[in-house]
Design a protein around this ligand. Structure first.
Ligand SMILES: [Zn+2]
Length: 214
């Protein structure tokens, strides 16, 4: 059992502990070579034992072991097939992201971290969960986006690491939360496109500086 099991366990627990999923909602996977390990169907993410994560062949879709994998297995497989650069997929049902997106609105940039760190978000209108139709829609969008918000359903994020995918989930939810609270107080000012671009340039600068140092 490699390091990926403690890693996936840690972030599965974090999703529950930070209220991003409730009950048996949400599913998590991690890539390990030609395989992914995904949460089993019907389990609370905190109740999964280390030997209950389900191994699945990424190309073949072959499922190893006796437990049933998450019903969103197809969505996870398509992410790994389309994005050789990512190793983690998280799917959760965060309250504010679902609330804001279900009004038909998008989650706006209100504070610097959001536009600086999340390049783009894709929004999907409601599609029945667990279906091939949903997996196909995700497949189309995930090539150019690390975050997909599914209206009336939830959010999917991908990352090079679990930490990155979790960060995208957290910051998307935080932005939706700030937006919802702001709207209940008064009229909200969102960052302008110019302000967002300046932040992206700034973070790209920092990133390049960091690369040079290493
Ligand atoms: Zn879901």
């Amino acid at each position: 059992m490699g390091n990926y099991i403690p890693e996936i366990r840690k972030y599965a627990h974090l999703l529950v502990d930070t209220g991003l999923v409730v009950g048996a909602g949400g599913n998590v996977s991690i890539r390990n070579g030609d395989y992914m390990y995904i949460s089993p169907s019907g389990f609370d993410l905190k109740e999964i034992e280390d030997d209950q994560w389900i191994k699945v062949g990424i190309e073949t879709g072959e499922v190893f072991g006796d437990l049933r994998p998450s019903s969103e297995i197809l969505m996870h497989l398509e992410c790994y097939r389309r994005r050789s650069d990512i190793n983690s997929v998280l799917h959760a049902h965060p309250t504010y992201s679902v609330a804001v997106s279900s009004t038909g609105k998008e989650i706006p940039a209100l504070f610097p971290d959001f536009p600086a760190m999340v390049k783009s978000i894709s929004y999907l209108d409601y599609i029945i969960p667990t279906t091939e139709v949903l997996a196909n829609a995700v497949k189309e969008e995930i090539e150019d986006n690390d975050v997909i918000v599914m209206r009336n359903h939830g959010v999917l994020t991908v990352g090079k690491t679990m930490k990155e995918a979790y960060f995208y989930m957290q910051i998307t939810e935080e932005s939706a939360k700030v937006y919802a609270i702001g709207c209940s107080v008064g009229e909200i000012r969102t960052l302008t496109e110019k302000e967002c671009q300046d932040l992206r340039d700034l973070s790209a600068e920092k990133y390049r500086a960091k690369l040079i140092q290493e």
